[in-house]
Design a protein around this ligand. Structure first.
Ligand code: UDP
Length: 466
């Protein structure tokens, strides 16, 4: 969902503001997204054409230990033939291909079909910088980072501390490392790179990406910061959760959610429940059944959804907190929740969409990163942007304790110490809005991109006529 949502928002933007015809091809596994969920994302089916490619089966090539990012890369590879056949059978062959980070292997097909080829990074410019820098990194420098836990210096950007590093870097003997380096190389060969950020949010990193003496030397592709592209609130949306929020005081509720797949251990779930109870604050918590076969404190479960009663919560927790807490199993309407005036803070796994949804609503965060690039996101949000505080989820430390959780949510929600962060979150909200408004930096970046695509279209039409 974290990739699909911004991709569909990008599609809508291209249709509504730039008059393009857009088709979104979705690769699925047997367990993944349903047509009805997709329709929820795109309420008007006439706006963009969504094509579900036939489910791919990777069960013959994955092991129980295969990392999720490797699985995604494998799925995308297996889906290439059906993508190719769908595109070749289209009555009007598209002029432009925009792929997700995991889809860069489709560039070969784009070359063959003479399509312009772009990649859309549904994360930060900082993550993009790391990705295109990695294939060129000096081995010794990489060893310093991975073995000696030194910060990784990316030219012109904030260094990545070892505790925030991106998973594939510490798994250099794993397939994931090979896949990630390949993606970095392929991204550099795109005709352009779109990224779900905006100039005011990451000015330094964006400058480094454009500077030919810094990261700009690694790719000829222009970078288009087009964000924040987030799912808009559905104005007609009704649910038990929103009705409950309606009767809570302004900015009084802390929202807790770990994205579409973030899962905690049973021990961590108990501790989080105790921390929320200890804080005595109002809360809305999207819970997911804990995993128990792994000693690590967090895991991503792909495509799982279930509606069972959360019996794994501490005895009596629901009764004791009934007056001020609401627990929702597995899934909740997050865009609408974060937009609600009763929400005052967000405990988040820092998936980039969740982070953006919090920012566009001016909601300060407690960052609780779990996997993928979320530790980098947490570092950026707390130290560089200043709209969050962080709980320390370090590998080796078994769980985040209840006192630490209670202290963090209290600080972000009510304490004087958190005031500066709350104010900054509100200021950032307006810079996000400005970036997308007419004349704003992201609006202009989309205009330039659209011009480039239109010019190319005219050029190939001219060639066909000539
Ligand atoms: N989401 C939601 N309800 C939930 C959990 C997640 O609507 O209960 C949405 C959330 O609003 C966000 C996306 O799913 O748009 C999750 O994306 P993110 O990048 O934050 O994290 P990921 O799920 O990819 O780890």
């Amino acid at each position: 969902m974290g990739h699909l949502i911004p991709v569909i928002e990008l599609g809508k933007n291209l249709v509504m503001h730039h008059n393009f015809d857009v088709t979104v091809f979705v690769v699925q596994t047997h367990a993944s997204i349903s047509q009805s969920q997709l329709l929820e994302l795109s309420p008007d089916p006439n706006l963009i054409n969504i094509v579900l490619l036939p489910p791919v089966d990777i069960s013959d090539i994955v092991q129980p230990t295969t990392l999720i990012l490797t699985q995604l890369a494998m799925m995308m590879r297996k889906a290439l033939p059906s993508l190719r056949s769908e595109i070749s059978s289209m009555k009007i062959r598209p002029t432009v291909l925009i792929v997700d980070l995991f889809g860069t292997e489709a560039f070969a097909m784009a070359n063959e079909f003479r399509m312009l080829k772009y990649v859309f990074i549904t994360s930060t410019a900082w993550f993009l910088a790391l990705t295109i820098y990695l294939p060129t990194i000096d081995r010794g420098e990489e060893d310093e980072h991975v073995n000696n836990q030194e910060p990784l210096n990316i030219p012109g950007c904030f260094p990545v501390r070892f505790k925030d590093t991106f998973e594939p870097l510490v798994n250099r003997d794993d397939q994931i490392y090979v896949e990630y380096v390949r993606m970095g190389k392929e991204i550099s060969m795109a005709d352009g790179i779109l990224v779900n950020t905006w100039r005011n949010l990451e000015p330094k990193t964006l400058r480094a990406l454009e500077d030919p003496k810094m990261l700009g030397r690694l790719t000829h592709a222009p970078v288009y910061p087009v964000g924040p592209l987030v799912r808009p609130v559905n104005p007609g949306s009704t649910s038990e959760v929103l009705t409950w929020l309606d009767v809570q005081p302004n900015e009084s509720v802390v929202y807790v959610s770990f994205g579409s797949g973030g899962t905690l251990s049973a021990k961590q779930t108990t501790e989080l429940a105790a921390g929320l109870e200890l804080s005595q604050l109002r809360f809305l918590w999207v819970v997911r059944p804990p995993f128990e076969y792994d000693a690590a404190a967090a895991l991503f479960r792909m495509g799982e959804r279930c509606d069972e009663t959360p019996s794994y919560l501490p005895d009596g927790f629901l009764t004791r907190t009934r007056e001020r807490g609401l627990v929702v199993p597995t899934w909740a309407p997050q865009a609408e929740i974060l937009d609600h005036p009763s929400i005052g803070g967000f405990v988040s796994h820092c998936g980039w969409n969740s982070s953006l949804e919090s920012i566009v609503n001016g909601v300060p965060m407690v960052t609780w990163p779990l996997y993928a690039e979320q530790r980098m996101n947490a570092a950026m949000l707390t130290e560089e942007v200043g709209v969050a505080i962080r709980v320390e989820v370090l590998s080796g430390k078994e769980v985040v304790g209840r006192e630490e959780i209670a202290a963090a949510v209290t600080k972000i929600m009510v304490e004087k110490e958190g005031e500066e962060i709350r104010v900054r979150a509100k200021t950032l909200k307006s810079t996000a809005k400005n970036a997308l408004s007419k004349g704003g930096s992201s609006y202009k970046a989309m205009d330039v991109l659209a011009d480039e695509c239109n010019n190319y279209q005219r050029c190939i039409q001219g060639r066909a006529l000539g």
